[in-house]
Design a protein around this ligand. Structure first.
Ligand code: PLP
Length: 489
């Protein structure tokens, strides 16, 4: 039998750790110059990694060189200030350290005695998150992979508690009349996926029209609920948006809470993108009613500047989670536990083995403090307003939608005057901007028409980077216009 292990001597390992630290630090050098995107063809990237299963290991120091060249230096620019697409935060330096330490001790966040400190840290982060949102301090909660998982979890708890008397966990959905989930037409696509996964079916996700500021039309929602009841369906859940992905719109969460109460429905809030901006005093009133939700989805890898992954579902009590997920198994029994007060996460969530997602959140909140996080969120919002203002004042851009959060939708107009031509041109511009790569930005459709969409969730941006964004779009757009005009001659 061999007594070998996979470990290096501490001396050799320190050299590797030091080298990996150098790699980390080099990513932060000249960060303002980092490209938004590196335009390598897919086949080229595939080729970099085209090798047979290695039988013998290579020198790890050389491996780090390879990683730096092929992975780090070609990475899409989430870290730097030139990323505007989707909802991408730049992470933070304390969480980098936290991830390394958490991986080192390799705790399994499933049974309390497998990770005592990490379990208590997760419970503390849940408590702090409830504080941030003004939610009940008795909230139960679980750290999940992100916004999609957090929404699925909220709806799962909702379904299992709402239909508990019918024995849904045992009997499944068979024999139930169809039940209905309500959200605005701006709801994130993860809600479609969630109702499909939960056996509700996307036919029963009612997407209610929105007003001019992309908030759900509450009157239309109530009309739909009444109609569904009249048609023999069973209204189950209202989903409110605390910041839509398209424009950052926040629904009238108080009105939705009232409706949920009136009809006895589960009330879920998707706060993946926007809920954490409720920490700003000036924005708090926008979120009134969120504290009445039965479940809330939050994403720490958005507005708490955490590296992927990390989201959270809050529900009104730990008992809600236990009644949804608890399963007895001989190998998980707590009968012999030395302490009756341990909270067992495997009894409160679907996953058994789980990594310690709360640790980076906890370390960064302690290291930076909420004041710094609030300042950074406010900075993102102020810079978005700066962008909106620059767009409004320019001759060659038009603002399509602004928001109270940090999303701005606009179009390049140049010398074009016809709306359809402008919309089509902006659509055409996207792949050209990707090829250029200096900034990474995408678009979306608002009420059917295409627009460029900038989402600012990165504490490394400044007014200069916003000016740069518009300069780059203008530069690429003018080139495309020129080519277009030449090809027409
Ligand atoms: C409002 C909203 N909900 C849900 C999600 C999904 O989150 P994730 O990408 O973390 O799964 C997003 C992502 O942008 C979002 O903006």
């Amino acid at each position: 039998m061999t007594d070998a292990t996979l470990d290096f001597s501490n001396n050799d390992y320190k050299k590797l750790l030091d080298k990996s630290t150098d790699l980390v630090l080099r990513q932060f050098e000249n960060i303002d110059l980092q490209k938004g995107y590196h335009d390598h063809p897919q086949s080229e990237v595939e080729e970099w990694f085209d090798e047979v299963l290695p039988e013998n290991g290579m020198d790890p120091s050389q491996l780090l060189d390879e990683v730096e060249e092929k992975v780090l230096n070609t990475a899409t620019g989430n870290l730097g200030p030139h990323m505007y697409a989707y909802v991408m935060s730049g992470g933070n330096q304390i969480s980098i350290i936290a991830e390394k330490l958490a991986t080192t001790i390799n705790q399994n966040q499933t049974k309390w005695h497998l990770a005592p400190a990490m379990n208590e840290i997760e419970k503390r982060v849940v408590r702090w998150t409830a504080d941030m949102l003004g939610f009940t301090p008795d909230a139960g909660g679980v750290l999940v992979s992100g916004g999609s998982a957090a929404n699925l979890t909220g709806l799962t708890v909702g379904r299992n508690i709402f239909f508990e008397k019918e024995g849904i966990r045992k009997k499944g959905l068979f024999g139930q009349k169809p039940f209905v989930v309500y959200a605005s037409e701006e709801v994130h696509s993860c809600m479609d996926k969630s109702v499909e996964l939960l056996g509700i079916g996307s036919d029963y996700l009612r997407k209610i029209r929105t007003n001019d500021t992309f908030q759900i039309d509450v009157g239309a929602l109530e009309g739909q609920i009444e109609q569904d009841i009249a048609n023999g369906l069973r209204p189950f859940c209202i989903v409110g948006n605390a910041g839509t992905v398209n424009t950052g719109a926040i629904d009238d969460l108080e009105a939705l809470a009232d409706l949920a109460k009136k009809y006895g429905l589960w009330y879920h809030v998707d706060g993946a993108y926007g809920a954490l901006a409720a920490v700003l005093d000036q924005l708090k009133p926008e979120y009134k009613g969120m504290e009445r939700a039965d479940s809330i989805a939050i994403d720490f890898h958005k507005w708490l500047y955490q590296p992927f992954e990390g989201g959270c579902t809050l529900v009104r009590s730990w008992d809600n989670l236990k009644r949804t997920y608890f399963k007895k198994a001989a190998y998980l029994d707590t009968e012999l536990a030395n302490d009756e007060f341990r909270l067992e996460y495997n009894e409160h969530y679907f996953q058994l083995s789980r990594n310690a997602k709360a640790f980076k959140v906890w370390m960064s909140i302690k290291a930076y403090g909420m004041k710094q996080f609030r300042d950074m969120i406010q900075k993102d919002i102020d810079l978005t307003e700066y962008l909106n203002e620059r767009v409004r004042q320019s001759q060659d851009f038009e603002l399509v939608a602004d928001s109270k959060l940090a999303v701005s939708c606009f179009r390049y107009i140049g010398d074009m005057t016809e709306k359809q031509e402008i919309v089509d041109f902006n659509h055409r511009l996207m792949p050209e901007l990707e090829k250029d790569g200096r900034v990474f930005i995408m678009g979306t459709k608002l009420k059917g028409d295409y627009a460029i969409r900038a989402c600012l969730i990165n504490h490394r941006k400044s007014e200069n980077t916003i000016d740069y964004l518009l300069d780059v779009i203008r530069d690429v757009a003018e080139k495309v216009r020129k080519e277009q005009n030449l090809s027409m001659v």
